[in-house]
Design a protein around this ligand. Sequence first.
Ligand SMILES: [Zn+2]
Length: 139
Amino acid sequence: MGRTRRSGRATTKEDLRAEAMAWAERIKVRPRRIQVQTMRTKWASCSTRGTVTLSLELLDEPEPFREVVIVHELIHLLVPNHGRVFKAMMKAYLPDWERTSAGRVGGRCGFQDPSLAKRPRDISEPPIGRDRRAARRLT
Ligand SMILES: [Zn+2]
């Protein structure tokens, strides 16, 4: 319901925000704010105050990948880690999420370590031999 772009491409910031809001409704979370901006090293982040930030560069990504990023951050509003409950919820909404994001999302999550998230350039360089964009992280 409410998702009119099943296989389409989000073309503007507003499209991306609309996608995120549609998912928020489906997951039944209420982010205080959803913002879209240039992010140097991450695909998205989520603050403990409920602000979800999405990278502008997601506009160049296929919808299944955008969904993984969006749903990941929204679930953090309910589950502040990547434990069993988190993974079960990801699977419930996006059964294929692990395959969709394979190799595209780095391991460490700033959400679990707020001290990392505070630094403007918190994330180390991507591993050698990997595309910079492929090494972006979710938090
Ligand atoms: Zn995370």
